[in-house]
Write a protein that binds this ligand. Sequence first.
Ligand code: MRU
Length: 340
Amino acid sequence: MFSPVRWREDALEILDQTELPWKEVWRELRSWEDAAEAIRKMRVRGAPLIGIVAAYGLVLAVGEHQAGKEREVQFWQALEGLKGTRPTAVNLFHALERLRKVFERHRDSPGLRDLLLAEARAIHREEVQACRAMGRLGATLLPNRAKVVTICNTGALATGGYGTALGVVRAAWEEGKLSMVYPLETRPRLQGARLTAWELLREGIPFRLIADSAAGWLLVTEKIDAVLVGADRIARNGDTANKIGTYTLAVLARRHGVPFYVVAPTSTIDPSLPTGAGIPIEERDEGEVLSPYGMRFAPVGAPAWNPAFDVTPAELITAIITERGILWPPFSESIGSILS
Ligand code: MRU
């Protein structure tokens, strides 16, 4: 199973996603600061993978030969530093919280680093297992010869292996049920064009990339069976934050009577938020819009607004596919029942 991160002795190796699809560059992260930089600069991205790398980042913060006060200071500093990398994906905070609990329980143990590493590995393993389960469940919702639309990259690159929405695509393909995927290129960072297309090509899954602005016309001219998207944070009522443009797709799907499925592990649910109104939406540098990957399109001096995510209200979501089952509206009840 392909994974974009691997632990090697005392370092984390990551496939640098800012270099894809042009080059496959593996980088070694040796400190928590390296891990924080990789998350902030989106060398690794996607909600589950951000959580996984942050967890390994905390392992890197606890030096093998450190002890006592020095180790403690370093751990809390790393925890705060990693928390500040990207605000929207709640998986980051859930993963850090799991490592914090291990630290609190074993802070004086000489085996602390190994215990933290075991927890980081468990998070990684569980995310991949969740993806496989969601893939199987999601594929049951698709008809034979399905044509689906997706946004951003929700594959192995975003999750540590297999994928969420792209995991459903993968499972449907494995079962011989898929006829075509239409990934949106996903401006401004082009995760669809660069990363999803890279994954689909490697797997031999049939696809046609479309410009974000072609989604509406696609739904008019093709019989699309489902829109499949991932999530960065889901509130208790089902409101879902995901890559900017997801809300637009949900409105289009409703207009055309196409089922709109969110595919996300339970680590993406934020039980502390009653609705999506409280989800922090990351705003990134305007340069990403003005000159993506160094290619300047707007005139010098033009300003831009660059929200990285939007929130799709629960009323536009047909179902949420999690590893613990398919959740149907009313989501306040179905989400409540799997969390209890
Ligand atoms: O800004 P990114 O690339 O980290 O955004 C990723 C997404 O929006 C994904 O759809 C989401 O994290 C779910 S990935 C399994």
